[in-house]
Design a protein around this ligand. Structure first.
Ligand SMILES: [Zn+2]
Ligand SMILES: [Zn+2]
Length: 268
């Protein structure tokens, strides 16, 4: 199922899937011949008829995750669009990737595609998007900032203000630095990879930063008391959501605590 909305000349398309009874949502955006992310391969049947009707000259990707790049191969071939991604991901886009079952069966496996390193600025007829590296969620994560309109396309940098589920490869300290970097910019509207279009975006980004800083303080004070990662996790997040069990612990508060724990141990 698809949900389509328009805001100030930007088209939001949100694909909604069902996975083990829970809704899964991923968004992509179209503005002025530019596509930002693509949704997942499992959205192909719904999304392709919509894309056939629109102009796409360039595709930019916030990061190399299957819910953001899944239809890149189709867009490159069918629309002849140039595809840009962080330079560290360019080689990976050419390869067939393996994914754990819960990611494979929910989002699908992207077809390989050719891409080019993202330049520092992406221009369209009417807009200028500054590309800002924002590591944390992944090393290759970037956001796209349209200063004159106060827009920021944030991929998976925001998603929600109080994350509990965390992937073992995500870095909490880098996420904190990236959120601080973004807060130094002037913007109002966040175009999120999952939560859609959100006004008062600075307040949202600040809320996530505050949450992580607060959590960091709590973790660090328990580290001082000699708690282990497991003990801190149990103390701060005593309840485990079903997805932690379903992913065999891959999406877990343990990884969030562990990431904050490691950054506290590495403090000078
Ligand atoms: Zn992601
Ligand atoms: Zn995502």
């Amino acid at each position: 199922m698809l949900e389509v909305k328009h805001h100030d000349g930007v088209q939001l398309t949100r694909g909604i899937l069902s996975f083990l009874g829970d809704p899964l949502k991923a968004c992509f955006y179209l503005v002025d011949g530019l596509m930002i992310d693509t949704g997942s391969r499992t959205m192909e049947r719904d999304v392709v008829p919509l894309l056939e009707e629109v102009r796409i000259e360039q595709l930019v990707l916030t990061h190399f995750h299957e819910d953001h790049v899944g239809l890149s191969s189709w867009v490159a071939k069918a629309k002849g669009a140039e595809v840009f991604i962080h330079e560290d991901a360019v080689e990976n886009t050419k390869k067939k990737i393996n994914l754990p079952w819960y990611r494979r069966s929910s989002w699908g496996i992207p077809e390989p595609f050719a891409s080019k390193p993202c330049p520092s600025v992406i221009e369209t007829d009417n807009h200028r998007f500054t590309v800002i590296p924002t590591p944390g969620h992944t090393d290759d994560h970037v956001v796209f900032y349209e200063e004159s309109r106060g827009w920021i396309f944030t991929g998976d940098m925001f998603v929600n203000a109080t994350p509990v589920q965390w992937d073992p490869r995500e870095s909490a300290s880098e996420t904190i630095d990236s959120l601080k970097k973004i807060l130094s910019l002037d913007f109002d509207t966040v175009f999120c990879g999952h939560a859609g279009i959100r006004r008062n975006g600075k307040r949202l980004i600040q809320a996530k930063l505050d949450y992580l800083l607060n959590l960091q303080d709590k973790v660090w004070s328990l580290v001082q008391k000699g708690y282990s990662v497991r003990q801190i996790n149990h103390s701060l997040f005593p309840k485990k959501p079903p997805s932690t069990y379903l992913t065999l612990g891959a999406w877990s508060s343990y990884h969030l605590v562990n990431s904050l724990y490691r950054s506290s141990v590495e403090q000078p």
